[in-house]
Design a protein around this ligand. Structure first.
Ligand code: GLN
Length: 269
């Protein structure tokens, strides 16, 4: 009898703690079968990004703003919940999803097969490519093959890093050294200071850095890659369908173009 009661108490305790797990904030929903239901229940959706990537995400005071922040807000509004954005290192974003610390990530993140092993991507919302930045007046580098033997700065864990590291030998380049930074802006500072020969990064942020450092740096050569940005969710999360719906609506209604214009028009610089 005593044993039976103990077993019952144990079972009840387990059921209780499981219920507690299911309702402890939206971020724990990442691993649940119905992420959307858990987010609605929690009344908030959590996003991770790296706010070092204008015009997609950057800090305005303490607030993370930019194209991705507006898309994220549209997702939160559609679900009727509060949006909470956390700024972390770019290469920590997918691990944060894997460990259930966030519901999704919008970080100008390019869809790659490697990343697909660890997370799911939404439908793409933006086309992008890697480009080369050099110090203004540099006549040594004018095309991709000129990167051979050069010291090139990249943001760690980005597709620019993959391109320059060229581990699989897919690209026709062989740089002398890939210098990895936590922030694109630090690579750009080192470029201006003459400590590195070039920076390889995404085209839109490159334009913004050129704008912010007028006359000091310039873009050279053709585009190095063809890429697409998409939102990222933990593997199996049904939030992906919700994001796809919102992205489609933003595109179809012309709102996506408005958002992009808002953060790329000259008046915003
Ligand atoms: N698009 C690049 C990538 O996915 C860089 C993104 C970023 O630095 N935020 O790797």
């Amino acid at each position: 009898m005593k044993k039976k009661i103990m077993a019952l108490i144990l079972a009840a305790g387990m059921a209780l703690s499981m219920a507690a797990c299911g309702s402890s904030g939206s971020s724990s929903s990442a691993k649940s079968d119905d992420a959307v239901a858990a987010i609605k229940k929690a009344g908030k959706i959590t996003m991770v990004t790296n706010a070092e990537f204008p015009p997609f995400e950057y800090k305005d005071g303490n607030k993370v703003t930019g194209i991705d922040a507006d898309i994220a807000q549209a997702v939160a509004d559609d679900l009727g919940v509060k949006l909470e954005i956390t700024d972390i290192a770019f290469d920590s974003c997918i691990p944060a999803l894997k460990s259930g610390k966030a519901d999704f990530c919008l970080a100008g993140m390019t869809v790659t097969d490697d990343r697909k092993k660890n997370a799911d991507f939404s439908d793409p919302y933006f086309d992008a490519s890697q480009v080369i930045l050099v110090k203004s007046g540099n006549t040594d580098i004018s095309k991709p093959s000129d990167l051979d033997g050069k010291v090139v700065g990249v943001q760690q864990g980005t597709t620019g890093d993959t391109y320059c590291t060229n581990e699989d030998g897919k690209n026709d380049i062989s740089v002398k050294e890939v210098k990895r930074y936590q922030k694109h802006v630090d690579a750009v500072s080192d470029l201006i200071a003459g400590r590195i020969d070039a920076v390889v990064l995404d085209d839109y942020p490159a334009e913004q850095f050129i704008e912010q450092n007028k006359g000091k740096i310039e873009k050279v050569g053709e585009n190095l890659t063809t890429e697409e940005y998409a939102a990222v969710v933990p593997k199996g999360s049904n939030l992906v369908d919700e994001i796809n719906k919102v992205v489609k609506n933003l595109k179809d209604s012309g709102k996506m173009n408005e958002i992009v214009d808002k953060y790329t028009s000259d008046s915003n610089q």
